[in-house]
Design a protein around this ligand. Structure first.
Ligand SMILES: CC(C)(COP(=O)(O)OP(=O)(O)OC[C@H]1O[C@@H](n2cnc3c(N)ncnc32)[C@H](O)[C@@H]1OP(=O)(O)O)[C@@H](O)C(=O)NCCC(=O)NCCS
Length: 172
């Protein structure tokens, strides 16, 4: 596998919108998507509930040494409730096909842990489709445990698919 020079994970900026939208469309797959494949005209990437402040971005260098967007993670409060304010939830994670298997997904996850702690959270959760083996392996390797399963929660492409709830403490 050719070497990939990566940059430190950073907060997203409004100017990342087009690159993130392209990445999102390019990485659409039946493995993780619960929405149909996007069709033009495309919605803007950022909008209400999708603020740059909710996203962390991973970059890698292209052949000219320029940083290009290679992945992102979206970290939000699962609800607006004060009694739930100690929890953050990952609601989006994607790494470009050409950058996979080089640790960017792991870097993004770890950066989201740091960001969630910075925001005062002591717990982090996510939902993943039962058949998404790569993502489930990544989450398990980074300390997430299965905390619940909604069997056959989604009917996708002719099959019922489980919704798997995972979580981990941020105090460890
Ligand atoms: C899941 C995803 C983010 C992983 O990104 P990545 O940058 O390739 O992952 P990493 O290189 O950081 O891998 C870290 C660990 O994850 C696991 N992993 C990653 N890809 C895997 C695969 N294809 N099969 C099995 N395990 C895998 C391994 O445990 C790996 O550790 P190792 O390299 O020490 O064996 C990427 O495949 C992706 O964007 N998938 C499509 C979108 C998606 O499914 N998002 C999650 C929605 S819940």
């Amino acid at each position: 596998m050719p070497e990939l020079r990566t940059r430190p994970v950073r907060q997203a900026a409004l100017a990342d919108g087009e690159a993130l939208a392209e990445l999102d469309r390019a990485t659409w797959s039946t493995l993780h998507a619960v929405q149909p494949r996007p069709q033009p005209p495309y919605d803007p990437f950022f909008g209400a509930g999708h603020r740059p402040a909710d996203f962390l971005v991973a970059e890698a260098e292209n052949a000219d040494g320029e940083a290009v967007v290679a992945g992102y993670i979206r970290l939000v409060a699962p609800t607006p409730l004060a009694c739930n304010a100690h929890v953050r939830q990952i609601q989006g994670l994607a790494v470009a096909d050409w950058a996979r298997g080089r640790g960017l997904g792991r870097n993004l996850l770890r950066a989201s842990f740091a960001e969630a702690r910075r925001q005062g959270a002591n717990r982090i959760t996510l939902r993943v489709l039962g058949h998404n083996t790569p993502a489930r392996a990544l989450y398990a390797a980074e300390g997430f445990a299965v905390e619940g399963v909604l069997p056959g929660e989604f009917f996708l492409h002719g099959r019922y698919v489980d919704d798997v709830l995972m979580g981990r403490s941020l105090t460890l």
